[in-house]
Design a protein around this ligand. Sequence first.
Ligand code: BGC
Length: 253
Amino acid sequence: MGATLGFGVDIGGSGIKGGLVDLDAGKLHGERLRIPTPDPSKPDAVADVVKQIVDEFGWSGTVGVTLPAVIKRGIAHTAANIDKSWLGTDAAALFAERLGLGGEDVVVLNDADAAGIAEINYGSPQDREGVVVLLTFGTGIGSALFRDGKLVPNTEFGHVEVDGHDAETRAAASVKEENDLSWHEWAKRVTRYVRSLEDLIWPDLIIVGGGVSKKADKWLPLLELRTKVVAAELRNDAGIVGAAVAARQGHHG
Ligand code: BGC
């Protein structure tokens, strides 16, 4: 028997990535395709790229799509690191129309929630116990909160206010790059941020994801936290995999 396949597209500030997903194994089935995010990242231009990616694979089934935004019933309610014209856009309806699919066949959800779904479904079984939060460090900071493996969607913990600042403007991985911070300097900021979060939600486990989790050995040991912290097992493709899982399960953000 062949693998059960799904399809996921992960929309980020710099790239839009998609591919076939092996839903049994929880990983990409073959190569993924990445196309730079149009600038400006307006809904119509982004939807064209999503269609281009889906067409490239000749896929005609259910599609899961992530956005770096709060998504409720397919509608985008925030737009921190994408074009502001997403606000109020029915993203699910837009993609379904562009892909020639029915409304039920496209599921849109927050990018960090998708990464979390992938990690919870295919990562270590301990991730499914108690209160677990996945934090993605990239352009911004994304979050996915789980209680015994069940997602509480759209938590947006990257926007907790710490010392009078929106946390992601101080502690995202992009801030480390832009300001040329050392691992030590950046880890101090991450510690300050995650400590505030710990005091609010008291998690049992923190999972860190995003591109910078590939270099976890450089900064995880520098964090001074109460909670156990581990690096995500699924790296770059977690968003694509989680989107495909959500689409398969019909979970709308
Ligand atoms: C957005 C979140 C998103 C995160 C990571 C934040 O700025 O508000 O919705 O999950 O960036 O992309």
